[in-house]
Design a protein around this ligand. Sequence first.
Ligand code: FAD
Length: 327
Amino acid sequence: MMDAVALAVALGAVQGVTLERDSPLGELTTYRIGGTAALTVSIDHVEALIEVGRILSEADTSVVVLGRGSNVLVADTGFDGVVLRLVADFEAVSIPTVGAAELVEVSAGSAAPLPVVARRTAAAGLGGFEWAVGVPGTIGGAVRMNAGGHGSDMAASISGATILTLGGSPRWVGVDGVGFGFRSSGIAADDVVLDATLVLRPREVERSEAEIDDIVRWRREHQPGGQNCGSVFVNPVPGEISAGALIDTLGLRGCRDGTASVSDKHANFILSEPGGAASDVVRLMARVRAEVLERTGHDLRSEVRLLGFDAEVAEAAGARPATPAGH
Ligand SMILES: Cc1cc2nc3c(=O)[nH]c(=O)nc-3n(C[C@H](O)[C@H](O)[C@H](O)COP(=O)(O)OP(=O)(O)OC[C@H]3O[C@@H](n4cnc5c(N)ncnc54)[C@H](O)[C@@H]3O)c2cc1C
């Protein structure tokens, strides 16, 4: 096993890799709160990632891949492990010329932002990914979480993804092998999504762009801005009972714990303040979850990935740690 110094030396020797020690991690998330990461590794092409994966598979450290951090909450004490960030080559999106074919495949790199892919495919005359315009994550994070909205999700949008298990080689996994569930997938903590293939249909640009405008307008009207990670709790019965409606009926809009508060605009959003504490957010998550359980019998689970929290804290908040050991 390698110690931390040997690990940093080995990773730093890989071409296409940039290392930062003790750099701010919370700032890389949409919550913009939380501490630092012991080691942040930015990787700009796939061969470098394979080599990094080989080195990490021999090291005794927690590893997490970070996309845009729009579903991650970082502990105030930070994360004592390795954060992988995919950049450069991983941002590529390849859109073929739209011809007479009924279905068109678009290859999107794991670091490509969903709003960019939604707008670019719409502008190229391809429909089917408009729903993703308001989801501020990456393709990789969206596959992992089975992100969705407005009647669709990643499971309905892709034919498969390229996945690398750290220590191994990239492999193609067809959509049925990804293990998609509602806002979840079977992708393991040491699996890295490299790209996904979207399957879209030719559509008039004006129609796709009008749909995008409607979605953006709807989001502005119904969702708060500021520091948050979108919906905190997964709907207990998808399509029938929404977590937001349960929280709302208990009158919890606006309730607060220190620097964290339940949004007045959308009861399933928990907001933080600039300079806020992640500990306030998880305490409020736990309180909302406990009240909903006691008064409605629904045991809410959170889709937010907690990074650097103790397993018991994550469990009380109804969330899963972003790494198996919960480091
Ligand atoms: C304002 C707002 C609105 C939102 N609206 C929606 C919505 O409508 N629908 C919805 O589903 N979600 C929504 N979200 C949540 C979030 O945007 C999605 O879950 C998104 O898919 C997360 O992508 P990310 O790149 O930010 O992933 P991150 O938050 O960085 O990571 C999330 C998880 O995915 C893993 N991960 C990230 N990249 C990879 C990769 N390349 N390979 C393997 N694992 C990876 C991480 O390790 C972590 O476990 C919203 C969030 C915000 C802030």
